[in-house]
Design a protein around this ligand. Structure first.
Ligand code: PGA
Ligand code: ZN
Length: 424
């Protein structure tokens, strides 16, 4: 028997920054079967699908009543009677209803909420956990890219790079990775307190500390010391999300760092130095979002994981351009950048086909909805980026992964050293 959608509801709820976002409910028959919350970025890429926000005074202009109304009045009625089991047809219908290339008419926030809630509804109907309903072979627990020091648009300090990351690749399980992450985070707090005083342990949007420093070398040295103090020098490697679009000055064509203005070749040299000195294995968005050429040069030169976030925006067309030009070798995967689960899965499949790694990611504006935990396991992606191991909207994802690891039992495989190409 085909199970069809009977009702779609939506409402405004608050995200971790206290800003409104959409929560969508998908009903089948007389029951609520799937609910999903929509996250929001702050350092967004210009090629992302577009949210609809209300503007005006209410909630500082961030209200989402219009997007909620689009779910209620346009999307909902069109989806009633559709089979809940066909994610692709549901998503195609959403794309068609919107009719714009960037989902700006109905809003990417309205559309992605419905797409995700429909996936949850389908899993509920089938009586399976979401990760195994999406892919019965999902069994890889990801290496967490733990963002312990925040800068850029996510913090009120002068660090230009947005995220300073540790990756416990030498852990024996996901639980062990979280143990390491938390112990290092505690050691880091002690160090920051001693060296810079109590204001240094204020945190940024993703729960990482926001110390009053400018030089990325100092942040990386602090991470190394914290890892050493905690006793995990052998288990941990390092990553960066520079989010370079957001300190690139288009008029002069230079990167404006607190340390001065850098042209592209000087940026490349800086990255080569940081990789050499700090055991960095992954750099996300080292250059601004249109510089495919620069990305290609850096990917070739460094030989480490180079991740495209603002560069690719989880969009297959942009990823294809990266593949053709040799720009980056990993895809940052955020469903709301492209707007539907199907399009995001297609981008992941394309990445995999061409040997690009996949890093499933949260947004800086999250809710307590842990769905990306299920998605990263369904994809056997091998890496997740969901902030520091603190604050409910981040720990919701980590806790869901701990539960999945327990549920999978002997089938669970921690990606560990194979994080770029986990055995599927
Ligand atoms: P955003 O940042 O969610 O604010 O865009 C996350 C990231 O750049 O990876
Ligand atoms: Zn990023």
């Amino acid at each position: 028997m085909t199970v069809t959608i009977s009702r779609v509801a939506a409402r405004e709820v608050l995200d971790c920054r206290g800003l409104p976002t959409i929560q969508v409910d998908v009903w089948v028959g007389d029951r609520l079967a799937g609910r999903a919350d929509v996250p929001a970025g702050r350092s967004t890429g210009k090629y992302e699908a577009k949210e609809v926000r209300d503007g005006g005074r209410r909630f500082g202009g961030f209200g989402v009543r219009k997007a909620v109304a689009n779910v209620r009045d346009v999307i909902g009625p069109a989806l009633v009677g559709q089979p809940v089991s066909s994610q692709r047809s549901i998503d195609e219908l959403l794309i068609e209803l919107d009719g714009t290339p960037d989902k700006s008419r109905l809003g990417a926030n309205a559309i992605v909420g419905v797409s995700l809630a429909a996936a949850r509804a389908n899993a509920a109907v089938s009586g399976m956990p979401l990760y195994s309903q999406l892919d019965g072979n999902g069994h890889v627990l990801p290496v967490p890219q733990l963002n312990l020091i925040n800068g850029g648009r996510h913090a009120s300090n002068d660090l230009d790079f947005q995220e300073f990351i540790i990756m416990p690749v030498g852990a024996s399980s996901f639980m062990h990775a979280m143990e390491i992450g938390t112990e290092v985070n505690l050691a880091l707090a002690d160090l920051l307190l001693q060296r810079y005083g109590k204001l240094a342990i204020n945190t940024g949007d993703e729960g990482g500390y926001a110390p009053p420093i400018k030089d990325p070398r100092e942040a990386l040295a602090l991470l190394h010391q914290a890892v050493d103090h905690a006793g995990y020098g052998k288990q941990v490697v390092y990553g960066l999300d520079c989010a370079a679009t957001h300190f690139y000055d288009e008029t002069t064509g230079t990167y404006r760092l607190a340390m001065g203005s850098f042209e592209t070749p000087a940026m490349l040299d800086l990255y080569a130095e940081l990789v050499r000195d700090f055991n960095i294995v992954s750099i996300e968005d080292p250059l601004y979002e249109d510089d495919f050429e620069g990305f290609a040069a850096l990917t070739k030169r460094l030989g480490i994981q180079i991740v495209g976030d603002d560069l690719f925006v989880t969009n297959s067309a942009r990823l294809r351009r990266g593949i053709e030009t040799g720009a980056a070798n990993a895809l940052l995967w955020k469903v709301n950048q492209v707007g539907t689960l199907t399009e995001a899965f297609d981008a992941a499949a394309l990445a995999r086909q061409h040997g690009y790694s996949i890093v499933v990611s949260e947004r800086s504006g999250e809710t307590e909805d842990p769905m990306i935990a299920d998605l990263v396991v369904a994809l056997n992606a091998g890496q997740i980026k969901t902030g520091a191991p603190v604050r409910g909207e981040r720990t919701a994802k980590y806790n869901r992964l701990l539960l999945i690891e327990e549920e999978l039992g002997e089938r669970a495989t921690y990606a560990g050293q194979s994080y770029r190409r986990p055995k599927g």
